[in-house]
Design a protein around this ligand. Sequence first.
Ligand SMILES: Nc1nc2c(ncn2[C@@H]2O[C@H](COP(=O)(O)OP(=O)(O)OP(=O)(O)O)[C@@H](O)[C@H]2O)c(=O)[nH]1
Ligand SMILES: [Mg+2]
Length: 276
Amino acid sequence: MNALVGERMSIITNKPQTTRHRIIGIVSDEDYQVVFSDTPGIIKDPAYKMQEAMNRFVNTTFEDADIMLFVTEPAETYEDDDPIIFKLNKVKVPLFLVINKTDTVEPEVIMEMIQLWNKRVKFSETIPISALNKTNTDTLFKLILDNIPEGPVYYPKEQLTDKPERFFVSEIIREKILLFYKQEVPYSCEVEIESFKETTTKAGEPLVRISALIYVARKTQKAIIIGKGGIAIKKLGSEARKSIEQFLESKVFLEMHVKHKDNWRDDERSLRNFGY
Ligand SMILES: Nc1nc2c(ncn2[C@@H]2O[C@H](COP(=O)(O)OP(=O)(O)OP(=O)(O)O)[C@@H](O)[C@H]2O)c(=O)[nH]1
Ligand SMILES: [Mg+2]
């Protein structure tokens, strides 16, 4: 979605289940408006209520999308009886097969994938792309425009997304947590922005003061996030601040705290508060 929208809307990491919400990216021009929805991947056997909520975000797109893009990649394999195949075969709107990461394998591998997938599902278009190198992403965008139904303009032209800046700030912090911590720790974290104040520095430059609270699911994880003598959280804070400054195009003062909230991933109230 970032490659198509040309903005960094969704956070990206090498870890699975990076995206937890349905994130919208809007592209408007004189004669069109495309509203992209990036979703989590489908989780086969949800282990937490949070993962059930992630699957619900995916399901909402099956209900309201005008076009669906099934994005897969050479390293991802599915059995012939995977439930997603059944689900894709029931899609009534134009359905595209998008094979990403063509930069990672020989063209023959992509050809084989195309053949295999087209035997499984009736796609209206098949497009191999590299989101990284932006190979074929323009073609994909044109195909989307060709297939999109006419309709009213939903958002003002300048609007890029539907969520407030503080949501993206929390996502940037979560991205850094995914990058800097190992195993289960990043999956146990949620970030809440406690305050977000636009002010100015003494010199009169714009400054955003942000206070973020990192929730962990177990007490022991709090010590891991903070690290010995606070070294880990210091690095996290400084890297997150740099990215937030880029995103907000402003100087940022970032303050972070860590709190444990036992098993929040299975707690309905916490999940509701966190927007799941
Ligand atoms: N080589 C290569 N890597 C890519 C390409 N597109 C994405 N990646 C990498 O693939 C990894 C996963 O990217 P994400 O955008 O987080 O993937 P996702 O499908 O949204 O995954 P989740 O949000 O975790 O469900 C990251 O390390 C990206 O940098 C591509 O075209 N080529
Ligand atoms: Mg993602």
